[in-house]
Design a protein around this ligand. Structure first.
Ligand SMILES: Cc1cc2nc3c(=O)[nH]c(=O)nc-3n(C[C@H](O)[C@H](O)[C@H](O)COP(=O)(O)OP(=O)(O)OC[C@H]3O[C@@H](n4cnc5c(N)ncnc54)[C@H](O)[C@@H]3O)c2cc1C
Length: 460
């Protein structure tokens, strides 16, 4: 990795500092290392400058700076990009983290939220009024990235993807214009930002539709994993009421303090589940899962919805090999494949994460948004942590082999889980007509590909 400091002939930090309301951080400044850190380990970019923007005017000014200097622009909200796109080497980072305004219309059940918020922060704010929107499984993920890519989480079967609840957005485009984008105003751009990622501009605010989601029945259920239990779990998730969304992580049981030591490291189904409806009905809906095997731990209970986002360690930056894909079914043979591959790996942390989709997500037409995989039934993420370069190669081979064995002919990929995997994988996220349409919108709003440090849709 090249070490870069701002070239004063291109960029004078003292000069630009006075032109922003937000904080401008250069390589010589205290706090630079903390400011450039992103979630994924092994991403060590050293930008020439980080601008922690305060408002849309600052955003437009950063865009102008990137155009004037020709320096590469990274756009960062929560910093969780698997490809490390939230930082760069020698370029400009537009960091939205300090933009956390929330404008809630409780009666109308909508909220305008600035894109520096995390999923957890916004969920806590709306939960104070018994309202929610679904994001993903992790509270520290930024609403910026997760929304623009789709958003698959604990309300997905009941209320759809995050984008299925996006009513409008404010976007600063490559020419510095602030646009309000919705179904009537710039409908082509509104279509593209619902799944097309950060290709079209910088979103400063999103308006979401909220749902009455107050006390839910959910939490963590830990079951012993075998081919039989994994297949049974997935069958139960498929037939469960739509209120129930489950994320089944088949992985070595973590050394949880309340888990007897003999189970630590044994293969388990670490399931995170939410029933977004009447808690009593939720308890009933969980019974088929509890009946699969004697749980190793059962923490399912009535709880306020945001409790599904427990506190996180901000210093957690794992290095992982990972790949995302979709499959149709987890029958006994598929479950055997899953167990066999997990048993064959020596990674301290290795997982096949299985998410049953369908429900509200599947009722949206495939061409209504740039997330086109509406009929794909189960989202899978295979991942293994690694330690060092040699181990990375071994773990990437394991992931590739595992995914090959799981392949059931669905070529789709979910863009928010794609890492730095090359152009073909971006194309897999956007099949056929979706790709053509994204390119057309890109040509109109970002013909010079200013926003290219992302899962890129080039204009030509
Ligand atoms: C631990 C973990 C758990 C996850 N769980 C889920 C999950 O359950 N469900 C799910 O759907 N996804 C999940 N994801 C994936 C996540 O949605 C994506 O990584 C997402 O891009 C992260 O958004 P961010 O704002 O935190 O990341 P950033 O790195 O800040 O942004 C990612 C990219 O999004 C674009 N971007 C971000 N904000 C803006 C903006 N305001 N305007 C324009 N472009 C922007 C940029 O291109 C940027 O490079 C998870 C990721 C991690 C690391």
């Amino acid at each position: 990795m090249t070490r870069v400091t701002a070239d004063p002939t291109i960029l004078s930090i003292p000069e630009i500092r006075s032109t922003f309301r937000g904080q401008v951080i250069g390589p010589e400044d205290e706090g630079y290392d903390a400011a450039r850190a992103v979630m994924m380990g092994g991403v060590e970019g050293r930008p020439a400058v980080i601008v922690r923007v305060a408002d849309a005017t600052d955003v437009a000014r950063v865009i102008q700076l990137a155009r004037e200097t020709g320096l590469e622009l990274a756009v960062r909200s929560g910093g969780h990009s698997a490809a490390g796109h939230g930082v760069n080497d020698g370029g400009i980072v537009l960091d939205l983290r300090d933009m956390k305004g929330i404008d809630l219309d409780v009666e109308g059940r909508t909220v305008w939220a600035e894109t520096g918020l995390t999923a957890g922060e916004l969920s806590v704010a709306t939960a104070a009024h018994g309202l929610a929107i679904g994001f993903g499984d992790t509270g520290s993920v930024g609403i910026g990235g997760i929304t623009l890519g789709g958003g698959v989480g604990y309300l997905v079967r009941k209320h759809g993807l995050t984008i299925d609840n996006l009513l409008a957005a404010e976007i600063v485009t490559a020419d510095g214009t602030l646009l309000r984008v919705d179904a009537e105003s710039h409908p082509d751009l509104f279509w593209a930002i619902r799944g097309g990622g950060g290709n079209f501009g910088v979103a400063t605010r999103f308006q979401y539709r909220l749902h009455p989601v107050d006390t839910v029945y959910g939490g963590m259920l830990l079951l012993p994993a075998s081919a039989a239990s994994v297949a049974a779990f997935m069958a139960a998730a498929e037939t469960a009421p739509e209120e129930l969304s489950a994320i089944a992580n088949v992985m070595p049981a973590p050394p949880l303090p309340f888990l007897p030591e003999e189970h630590h490291g044994t293969l388990s189904i670490f399931a995170l589940m939410v029933f977004a409806g009447d808690p009593a009905a939720g308890e009933q809906a969980m019974q088929p899962f509890r009946d699969i095997a004697a749980p190793l731990a059962d923490m399912l209970k009535p709880m306020p919805y945001p409790e599904i986002y427990p506190p996180e360690d901000p210093d957690y930056h794992p290095t992982a090999a990972a790949r995302t894909m979709f499959i149709d079914h987890v029958d006994r043979a598929t479950a055997e494949t899953i167990i066999g591959h997990l048993q064959a790996s020596d990674a301290t942390m290795r997982v096949a994460q299985l998410r049953t989709l369908g429900g509200a997500l599947a009722r949206v037409p495939a061409d209504a948004t740039a997330y086109a995989h509406r009929s794909s039934r189960i989202m899978v993420n295979v991942a293994a942590f690694y330690d060092g370069e040699e181990d990375r190669i071994a773990k990437e081979a394991w992931v590739a082999d595992f995914c090959h064995a799981l392949d059931q002919g669905d070529p789709a990929a979910y863009v928010n889980f794609v890492g730095d995997e090359g152009a073909a994988r971006v194309r897999a996220a956007y099949p056929g007509a979706t790709w053509e349409r994204l390119v057309a919108v890109k040509r109109q709003y970002d013909p010079g590909n200013l926003f290219r440090l992302n899962q890129n849709v080039p204009p030509d």
